[in-house]
Design a protein around this ligand. Structure first.
Ligand SMILES: Nc1nc2c(ncn2[C@@H]2O[C@H](COP(=O)(O)OP(=O)(O)OP(=O)(O)O)[C@@H](O)[C@H]2O)c(=O)[nH]1
Ligand SMILES: [Mg+2]
Length: 380
């Protein structure tokens, strides 16, 4: 085990562990408390002010790091309502706390339940309600505000997500299609935090692509870093799977997987994590076609890639998917040499557009004809 760990963490003359430092924050726990209600004034029937509320408000360009910076104690409390007084029978309401959070946040409560999604700029979530002010119903004693510990879970929102085993060339591909400059190296787990790149088309259309850390077998069960990052795939509109033409072996202790087995294994990991991911439109890129013998190898395996269903029975049980991804395109590339990259970029756009068209509901022809009869020009 020690050997395995040191083997995995030391490669190419560098300690990979160094890169595991948490640069990227995608989950944050906060304790939020609504303000205490102000006391009432029993003698003259005065009502105490309600305590302020704590709200989360989605803000574009904001990160969880910004949230921590603004609230380093991770405890947020809204102001208490004012007591009722002789001169102010109705006590003033306590000030609210409006906490800016990044767009793409899911709010999770103490029991792990998803209780809110903040997917658009300006969307607001009531994190903690203020306590009611003192009145006849509560013996004029102001009540405490709601208090709870919530987790803010950030999921990247990108049009397409790159999925592949380590070293497949995901970051190299992102670099080839966008201005992003991700870290690229010949050892596994080079990418340890998700990174976004934008494809810019000549007609100014932009498509965002997220480079994610490499998956390994068992990622769905939180082995490696896969699980933590698989959640980012949930919010992408399409998947781009990348596999090395010559397959992949994580370490000498792990089994060597061929390119075809890699595709099945990636499919299996996605399926085990969340089977609905398989319904997303997807394309498959076979990478490193510039290497010697790669074209011949691609020629050899290409028919099998197009017949995944028929071949699946031959795939080892532990990586055999029950349900298969339905690839819209299967393309060979060399991310490093820029081979066929333009074709892939055009295909990504086509697949996204086709998916968007499918999402548009069919027009209700009967209703349209009726409307046209009622309001349309009369033909005489
Ligand atoms: N020959 C060749 N090498 C490539 C190609 N694409 C990537 N590589 C090399 O493969 C290695 C891994 O590339 P990365 O882009 O870092 O791979 P990755 O999939 O992002 O890896 P992780 O971040 O570890 O998951 C690097 O040494 C790249 O130079 C390619 O098309 N041809
Ligand atoms: Mg990478």
């Amino acid at each position: 085990m020690v050997f395995l760990t040191s083997n995995l963490l030391y490669s190419g003359g560098k300690f990979i562990r160094k890169h595991f430092r948490p640069h990227f924050l995608d989950s944050l726990r906060l304790t939020v408390t609504g303000g205490h209600g102000g006391n009432g004034f029993p003698k003259i029937g005065g009502v105490g002010g309600q305590g302020g509320c704590v709200y989360f408000v989605a803000k574009e360009g904001y990160t969880l790091k910004n949230v921590v910076k603004a609230h380093s104690t991770k405890r947020i409390k809204a102001a208490a309502g004012e007591d009722s007084t002789k001169v102010r029978l109705l006590g003033r309401r306590g000030n609210d706390q409006r906490i800016s959070v990044p767009v793409g946040i899911t709010v999770i409560d103490e029991t792990g339940r998803n209780i809110g999604d903040l997917n658009e700029e300006g969307k607001t979530f009531t994190a903690a309600g203020g306590g009611p002010g003192g009145c006849s119903g509560n013996s004029f004693i102001g009540q405490p505000g709601q208090s709870r510990t919530l987790t803010l879970d950030l999921k990247l929102i990108a049009d397409a997500g790159l999925v592949g085993f380590p070293n497949a060339g995901k970051s190299t591909f992102l670099k080839a299609i966008s201005k992003a400059s991700p870290k690229i190296a010949s050892y596994p787990f080079t990418t340890i935090k998700p990174q976004l790149g934008i494809i810019e088309y000549t007609d100014y259309r932009q498509i965002s692509v997220a480079d994610l850390p490499g998956l390994i077998e068992g990622a769905h069960a939180n082995i490696g870093m896969g699980h933590k990052f698989l959640k980012h795939v949930e919010r992408t509109r399409m998947l781009i799977l990348i596999a090395d033409i010559f397959g992949f072996q994580l370490s000498p202790q792990h089994q060597k997987r061929t390119c075809l087995q890699n595709v099945y294994a990636l499919n299996r990991e996605l399926e085990l994590y969340d089977p609905t991911l398989l319904e997303k439109p997807s394309i498959l890129l076979i990478n490193k076609l510039d290497l010697e013998g790669a074209s011949e190898e691609f020629e050899r395996i290409q028919p099998n890639l197009h017949r995944l269903e028929e071949q699946v029975a031959e795939c080892p049980e532990e990586i055999r998917p029950r349900k298969l991804l339905n690839f819209e395109r299967i393309l060979s590339i060399s991310a490093k040499e820029g081979m066929d990259i333009d074709r892939v970029v055009a295909n990504i756009r086509e697949v996204l557009d086709e998916a968007a068209e499918e999402d548009v509901p069919e027009p209700d022809l009967e209703r349209l004809t009726r409307k046209n009869r009622e309001y349309g020009p009369k033909v005489v």
